[in-house]
Design a protein around this ligand. Structure first.
Ligand code: SF4
Length: 303
């Protein structure tokens, strides 16, 4: 399947972008593996005719928003996101109307229709930088992840009004499940994603985006790490840092934690997408143009 995928990639003049939560075989076949921020830059920069986006729907939409002349494919339309779904564009419009004059900061994990209503986008890798770029006398509405929003409040000392959304994957990590793993590996450093619950974040040595996890584990003198995020991240960590040990964050019922939406993508449906040039991301042009403005503001702040 990998040979077939790479042959089709050449024939279609395609680039394969894969999120850190994709399965190992897809990551290995991809041209670039990264977090939402890195993938957005790669999507904007590519000269390929086709972008096969091995991630979830809002990520492929972002690629189309920043590089509309490309054909953007997603392996399956079933690769959605419960967090993005929690923030409906109409409900956001109502929320904004209740808070006139505010600045709306949206985590990139939202639909194009939601992005189109915001002032600036952020990722978990740059959320603190984005919020710090807004004058301190401005009130901020932050959507859709309240755990990331709370973490940004802790980092910036600013009060944000938070949309009540969560990533159902990251809130499954509990203090009890992490305490058991930590007891089994007392010398390991705990690295947690900011979408985790505050109690879990408080137990971490480092809280950061998936891309920064790699940098942290690389520069740390520690030899073992407990990785409290979606377990696809371990493939990249083990591949790039083979001399270190990584343990997946457990839930109360399982020794690791997968996002079922991310895992809808397979080598088979990646091949089918390039064969059929579908499913393709199509966006209304007015939404795309409005959604581009807050993404470009974020990109202007750098990586
Ligand atoms: S891990 Fe959470 S935020 Fe990421 S795609 Fe899955 S449900 Fe959405």
């Amino acid at each position: 399947m990998i040979n077939k995928l790479l042959t089709l990639k050449r024939q279609r003049n395609a680039v394969i972008l894969a999120h850190n939560y994709q399965t190992g075989d897809i990551q290995d076949a991809a041209d670039y593996v990264g977090d939402s921020l890195g993938l957005s830059f790669k999507a904007k920069e590519t000269n390929a005719d086709v972008i096969l986006f091995a991630g979830v729907h809002f990520m492929a939409e972002t690629a189309k928003i920043v590089n509309p002349s490309k054909r953007v494919l997603i392996p399956t339309l079933e690769a959605g996101c419960s967090l993005a779904d929690s923030c409906d564009a109409n409900a956001l419009a109502k929320w904004k109307a209740e808070h006139p004059g505010v600045v709306v900061v949206a985590y990139i994990n939202c639909t194009a229709a939601v992005k189109a209503q915001t002032d600036i986008i952020c990722t978990s890798g740059n959320a603190v930088k984005v919020v710090n770029s807004i004058p301190r006398d401005k009130q901020i509405l932050f959507c859709p992840d309240e755990n990331l929003g709370q973490w940004v409040m802790e980092q910036t000392g600013r009060k944000l009004i938070l949309w009540p959304g969560v990533c159902h994957v990251h809130v499954k990590f509990t203090a009890e499940s992490l305490a058991k793993l930590r007891a089994a590996h007392p010398d390991a450093k705990v690295v947690a994603h900011p979408e985790c619950l505050p109690i879990v974040r408080s137990m971490a040595d480092e809280v950061c985006s998936t891309e920064k996890m790699l940098a942290y584990c690389k520069s740390s003198p520690a030899k073992a790490f407990l990785i409290i995020t979606e377990s696809g991240m371990l493939h990249r960590l083990k591949k790039e840092l083979p001399d270190k040990q990584f343990f997946a964050g457990p839930t109360d019922t399982c020794s690791c934690n997968e996002c079922e939406y991310m895992k809808k993508n397979t080598l088979e449906n990646c091949v089918a997408a390039l064969e059929n040039l579908a499913p393709e991301i199509i966006l209304p042009e007015d939404i795309r143009q409005r959604a581009l403005v807050p993404i470009e503001r974020m990109m202007a702040l750098g990586r």
